[in-house]
Design a protein around this ligand. Structure first.
Ligand code: UDP
Ligand code: MG
Length: 316
């Protein structure tokens, strides 16, 4: 019998966990040919998430858990789940039932048919604000132009992978993790499952606009050095413009003599160049900050409690 580990990151999901468990329970019963474990990650929740998980673990021995010492973010939670997993197949899905467990049987079937990854992609953004949809659309457009890998529109973290894919993902040691990029970067034969957007079953999202923006910047900077090169291009372009303008002034002065006009052009040049220099420095700063975080080699998460033992922790 094949083993399947399903990783469920949970941050303040106490309200939704009983619902989630009853839905997933039905699905697991429908797939008797697999041996499932559910790995719940309590990502430093401040509500009763941990006790809800412990309760489930008590009555169902398929329920495993990893509880972090504080909130480390969903990326860290997914990584911990993958590192602690040992199943032949490993899945990831949200606790809020936005990632419909009903898709799991079909996803498993695709793996049996020879695919390495079954991944879900949402076909619409129903129930999501217009502004958020617009920016998210823009993100995919811009990032696909400048980063080295192609991110699929609407791709979610909802997926089931074969062991070798998980091994590849956890072998990437980076601190600033952008899973959407990492999943694409490692490659492997992927089957996409389209499904409509669903509202959260209970509780509320913790992804604010600022958090999403930071995530988008992480994505672009983690997978591309193009922003650094853009500063260089801007620099070259404006230096050229500056030299051309200087040449023009010299020639004009030689022909017509000098006049004192020109303050507006000087002021605008100062502003434009000052702005560009600051932007370039900012871009360099973003990379530097990440290099700083990487070289510190801090752990990506700290486990407080778990009923699992790591079997696949790769060597640092
Ligand atoms: N999550 C987490 N740590 C966090 C934020 C979220 O583990 O710091 C989990 C959350 O419990 C949920 C999943 O990640 O299972 C997706 O989060 P959410 O539903 O808030 O995001 P959205 O669906 O709005 O993108
Ligand atoms: Mg959600």
């Amino acid at each position: 019998m094949k083993t399947v580990d399903l990783i469920v990151p949970c941050y303040n999901e106490a309200d939704v966990l009983p619902l989630f468990y009853s839905e997933i329970y039905k699905v697991l019963e429908d797939c008797p040919s697999y041996e499932f474990s559910l790995i719940f990650i309590n990502d430093g929740s401040s509500d009763k998430t941990l006790s809800a998980i412990l309760e489930l673990a008590e009555k169902d021995e398929r329920v495993k858990y990893i509880s972090f010492s504080r909130n480390f973010g969903k990326e860290a939670a997914m990584l911990a789940g993958m590192k602690y997993s040992s199943g032949a197949y490993v899945g990831i899905l949200d606790a809020d039932l936005q990632h419909s467990p009903d898709l799991i049987p079909a996803m498993l079937e695709a793996l049996e048919d020879g695919y390495d990854v079954s991944a879900a992609r949402r076909t619409d953004r129903k129930g999501e604000g217009k502004v958020k949809s617009f920016f998210s659309h823009m993100f995919y457009k811009v990032s696909n132009k400048i980063i080295d890998i192609e991110l699929a529109q609407g791709a979610q973290d909802f997926r089931i992978m074969k062991r070798k894919v998980v091994q590849a993902i956890i072998s990437l040691p980076e601190y600033s993790r952008f899973s959407k990029g990492i999943f694409t970067w490692v490659g492997f034969k992927t089957k996409w499952f389209e499904h409509a957007n669903r509202d959260r079953a209970a509780g509320k999202t913790t992804w604010s606009f600022i958090k999403l923006t930071r995530y988008a910047i992480d994505g672009i900077i983690g997978f591309s050095a193009v922003p650094l090169k853009i500063s260089l291009l801007f620099g070259c372009f404006f230096s050229f413009l500056g030299f051309a303008y200087a040449a023009y002034i010299i020639i004009r002065t030689l022909i017509y003599g000098s006049d004192v006009a020109g303050y507006p052009s000087i002021i605008s040049a100062i502003f434009i160049l000052g702005g560009l220099i600051l932007i370039s420095l900012g871009v360099i700063g973003e990379y530097l900050a990440r290099i700083y975080m990487e070289v510190k080699h801090r752990p990506i998460y700290i486990v407080d409690k778990t009923n699992l033992t790591v079997k696949t922790e790769p060597k640092p």
